[in-house]
Write a protein that binds this ligand. Structure first.
Ligand SMILES: NC(=O)c1ccc[n+]([C@@H]2O[C@H](COP(=O)([O-])OP(=O)(O)OC[C@H]3O[C@@H](n4cnc5c(N)ncnc54)[C@H](O)[C@@H]3O)[C@@H](O)[C@H]2O)c1
Length: 338
């Protein structure tokens, strides 16, 4: 049984906690949060735009810390799950890796590529395994897209367009999400999901060409990027986290191949649609939760002593490099080579 300590019991910490509760092979034994009120016994009522976590704190089962360093130094913790605000990821990932722990870190890996390189350096020499929670790689509708590209059953991919967005989130500790100096703005916090998926699916683009707008975080909260590949295909992804409160949250994609296309939206009751010259149908997707799949995958990697090949740390770091290049492209009004 892998003993887990979660640092940061906010929106995502709760979500991860709920996932561990439903998993075999791992159990939460410790939680750290700077806010003591987050560590009260009982079920959490925290709710964020992707749902409720369902964490239940039981002081008989969970050691509770207000100082995250105490959790990192807890000898009974094997895996440290970093669900802290993004600007704190590098510091605590490095500390936990140096302490010999396995580390799962929420996305995005860090605010800058330079910080990612520092974490990679520590991870390389550390005994524990390290993975960033690139959850979209585990979402069934995105796995379906990946399988469709890989199998080639519809021929070549000609065009891919991904988008996600919603209204500015208001749940975060000290409102850090709405401070681009701590969150990177929603270009980094939100759009990085699709930037990550683009290069996971299609490999590294040669260049990016982006436009965008400053939003409530003071950074780029609106972005639209064209990913330039030498193969003849058109790939773009956009995000907008400045929409009215009534909008809620939505993610969608459209993928057009030589012999068919896929359309997916979180706002459609049927979710995914597959269209060919023979007609349209809704493929059955496995009833899996991407967050739980991502965590279960990392636990299996630890149990089997395997590298997390589906989400190598270098690949997560490249997502930050990509997001930085996109920001540079917006600022300079030109495409940026990678
Ligand atoms: N994968 C996804 O779909 C997804 C969704 C939302 C957020 N996230 C990511 O998860 C991370 C956390 O986001 P969130 O929405 O849960 O934020 P949050 O503000 O809800 O939670 C952060 C928690 O960390 C605690 N904290 C802050 N500083 C601390 C410190 N020094 N020591 C201990 N605890 C401290 C806060 O009290 C808070 O409870 C971010 O990197 C975010 O980008 C990922």
């Amino acid at each position: 049984m892998i003993r887990v300590g979660i640092i940061g019991l906010g929106g995502m910490g709760n979500m991860h906690f709920g996932c561990y509760q439903a998993l075999h092979g791992a159990e939460v034994v410790a939680i750290a949060d700077i806010q003591e009120e987050r560590l009260q016994p009982g079920e959490s009522s925290l709710k964020i735009n992707i749902g409720e976590g369902g964490a239940t704190i039981d002081p008989d089962k969970h050691r509770l810390y207000t100082n995250p360093n105490d959790l990192i130094n807890d000898a009974e913790v094997d895996l440290v799950d970093v669900c802290l605000p993004t600007f704190l990821h590098p510091e605590f990932c490095k500390k936990a890796l140096e302490a010999g722990k396995h580390v799962l870190c929420e996305k995005p890996m860090a605010l800058t590529y330079g910080e990612c390189e520092e974490v990679l350096k520590v991870a390389e020499g550390a005994p524990g395994k390290f993975m960033v929670g690139q959850c979209v790689r585990f979402f069934p509708a995105y796995e379906y897209l990946n399988e469709t590209v890989e199998s080639g059953r519809f021929g070549r991919l000609l065009q891919l367009s991904l988008w996600r967005g919603g209204n500015p989130p208001l749940w975060s500790w000290e409102n850090w999400l709405l401070d681009h100096t701590r969150s990177g703005g929603f270009l980094l916090d939100l759009h990085v999901h699709d930037a990550d998926f683009v290069h996971y699916l299609l490999g590294r683009p040669r260049a990016v060409c982006s436009t965008g707008a400053i939003g409530p975080s003071g950074g780029y909260d609106v972005v639209d990027t064209e990913y330039v590949y030498d193969d003849k295909m058109a790939v773009r992804a956009g995000a907008n986290m400045t929409l009215p409160t009534g909008f809620g949250f939505e993610a969608h994609y459209m993928a057009a191949f030589e012999k068919g296309c896929l359309r997916f939206s979180t706002s459609e009751s049927h979710g995914l649609m597959e269209i060919t010259d023979q007609g349209a149908h809704h493929p059955e997707l496995p009833q899996k939760d991407g967050y739980q799949e991502e965590i279960a995958y990392f636990i299996r990697c630890i149990e089997n002593d395997e590298v997390p090949a589906m989400v190598m740390p270098e690949s997560s770091a490249f997502s930050i490099k990509l997001a930085q290049a996109e920001q540079e492209s917006i600022q300079q009004g030109r495409s940026v080579e990678l």
